[in-house]
Write a protein that binds this ligand. Sequence first.
Ligand code: ATP
Length: 255
Amino acid sequence: MTAYVLETDAVGVRFGGVRALHGVGIGLRPGEICGLIGPNGAGKTTLFDVLSGIRRADEGRILLEGADITRRSPVWRARHGVRRTFQRQQLFGQLTVRDHLLVAQEWRRGSGPARRERAATVLRECGLDALAQTYAGGLPVGQGRMVELARALADPPRVLLLDEPASGMPAGERDRLAAVVRRLAAEQNCAVLLVEHNVTFVMELCTRVVVLDLGEVLAEGTPAEVRADPRVRDAYLGTPSPGRTPTAAPPAAGT
Ligand SMILES: Nc1ncnc2c1ncn2[C@@H]1O[C@H](COP(=O)(O)OP(=O)(O)OP(=O)(O)O)[C@@H](O)[C@H]1O
């Protein structure tokens, strides 16, 4: 029995001549918060697409608790607890915040009162109760991201993939986001994989970090190990060692 709840085995994806992912093998353990970082174009979103089933890998396999789910649809995966958010917000402007959480539970066909109670609990945990009746279309970006997180939690996930969840959030909301994610991992044993360009946020929140560069895993380890790795500094952290030009602008620190 594998220790991983979700893992990739030698995953490869090509876009014509571009090798977006090559031989990628990562594993997520229940209850861990893992950061996924790397320069623009490293393959982070493509990996999320493959994990959530939106894109089919050209090579390799995706395993959920050891079972091959490579050919399973995004809906199947979501119903088996693999949830994600997107880099670009995906809210329904004409629905209220609360309706987003009710719709997310619809497929279970549980009782209406139970779903409403669950929605109220999650809204409270995410600090959104005051916005329950607000239409999502008018929300500022940071609050919109929080609603996306709440929607992903409405039906408790086993794996949560968060694509730049803190972008556009003021510091106070970022703290709440971090608290919600920590509780989810610690209390519900959910595995969290988080793409984020705010390196300070990643290093503080995550227990492990995977670094992608040019479609391959460049390094992985604790935040301290990854920060100290000269290859990561060269490729991403913006402190190149002599003789190499960084492939991307240095990421924002603490913004
Ligand atoms: N639909 C597509 N068609 C062609 N090439 C693509 C497509 N999607 C991604 N790519 C290419 O695949 C590579 C990986 O892109 P991806 O978006 O996964 O990187 P990323 O690490 O998420 O980047 P960013 O940090 O900018 O979001 C890049 O070279 C990108 O240009």
